[in-house]
Design a protein around this ligand. Structure first.
Ligand SMILES: Nc1ncnc2c1ncn2[C@@H]1O[C@H](COP(=O)(O)OP(=O)(O)OP(=O)(O)O)[C@@H](O)[C@H]1O
Ligand SMILES: O=P(O)(O)OC[C@H]1O[C@H](OP(=O)(O)OP(=O)(O)O)[C@H](O)[C@@H]1O
Ligand SMILES: [Mg+2]
Length: 299
């Protein structure tokens, strides 16, 4: 019998989002002993259960209220939502947090040799895709006539196999398109992984737990995109040095023992320090420049 006070989170079992999802939950302090063949794993230190499934099953588990939360590509849950949504006003899920991984775009691509002027060039095309609803929504809005068929894998080989004129598939680096002689002509949807929650009543105990988890997730993301920067710089160049350090708020400036001219500057920066900026700092007379990762953060 499942304990109603335990929070259930669905994540992808094996694929692009799996490792990052586990890493995120672990960084949030959730101890999970994952076993390869196990569908559900129980955290030892928090009332949280992790359900590991194919990513296509996560939207349904969330929308049918089988789990409380899911970590899923926005593209996948939006596609399922469009598929199910008879009444567009009916909310089927809530995005609690966009996450800092699984970034990709759903794009229309055609063979490199094919001429492309604008979307109208695709009129009456046959398009292979795993995302028919997102594709239809986009092309219907743009009033483009098209035919589609579904391929849930190897979409990129459809044009060279003579099955389709174009594809509508996920792109990140563009390497898959290039390897298959295709060019990206329109981005129809931008996606990242996100933390989603089911709708409907949630017990107070679970609400508290979800809020706690959200604060921790935000802390992990913030820490990952921040750096702790330490350096020594001439006091006379303080303002010029600080102006080079974008995203740095309220730096700590302190004396250096045995040094009258130079001071130590410490700060948390929301951006990393690129080599070019470090070189400019050096020209200003800065030394001992350290850029350190931040383990955890809470504001
Ligand atoms: N090239 C990419 N770069 C970054 N993120 C991606 C990329 N391709 C896909 N994604 C994101 O990761 C999600 C999962 O991709 P994956 O390829 O693992 O799915 P899948 O093959 O359908 O997995 P499953 O076996 O769980 O059904 C996608 O829905 C998308 O949100
Ligand atoms: O632009 P790129 O960086 O080349 O990424 C795009 C590829 O990534 C995804 O597939 P994935 O590699 O996850 O394999 P899959 O087709 O088995 O899902 C997607 O379906 C593309 O094929
Ligand atoms: Mg899938």
């Amino acid at each position: 019998m499942l304990n109603k006070n335990r929070l259930r989170i669905a994540i992808q079992k094996s694929g692009r989002l799996s490792q990052e999802s586990i890493k995120l939950l672990t960084k949030c302090g959730i101890k999970i002993n994952l076993k390869q063949q196990q569908l559900i794993s129980f955290s030892e230190n928090m009332p949280i259960d992790v359900v590991r499934v194919r990513d296509d099953d996560i939207p349904g588990l969330v929308m049918d209220q089988v789990v409380d939360l899911g970590i899923i590509g926005k593209n996948v849950i939006e596609e399922e939502s469009l598929r199910r949504n008879i009444d567009p006003k009916k909310i089927l899920y809530t995005i609690l947090q966009r996450l800092d991984f699984g970034s990709c775009r759903l794009s229309l691509s055609i063979p490199i040799s094919q001429k492309y002027i604008n979307l109208k060039s695709l009129n009456n095309f046959r398009i292979a895709t795993s995302y028919p609803y997102l594709l239809k929504k986009y092309l219907d809005q743009k009033k483009i006539n098209f035919n589609f068929f579904i391929l849930n894998g190897s979409v990129e080989v459809a044009p060279s196999a003579g099955l389709s004129d174009a594809i509508c598939d996920l792109v990140s680096t563009g390497a898959t398109l290039e390897a298959n002689g295709l060019k990206e002509v329109e981005v129809i949807y931008s996606s990242t992984a996100c933390l989603v929650s089911r709708t409907g009543d949630v017990s107070d105990i679970k609400k508290i737990l979800i809020n706690k988890l959200m604060t921790r997730i935000q802390g992990v993301i913030k820490a990952r995109e921040s750096k702790y920067i330490m350096l020594h710089a001439p006091y006379s160049k303080l303002q010029s040095v600080i102006s080079l350090l974008h995203g740095a708020e309220h730096p700590t400036v302190s004396k250096l023992a045995g040094e009258t001219d130079k001071v130590a500057i410490h700060m948390v920066s929301s951006e990393t320090l690129f080599w070019e900026t470090m070189e400019k700092l050096k020209i200003l007379g800065a030394s001992s420049i350290l850029v350190l990762p931040i383990e955890k953060m809470m504001e």
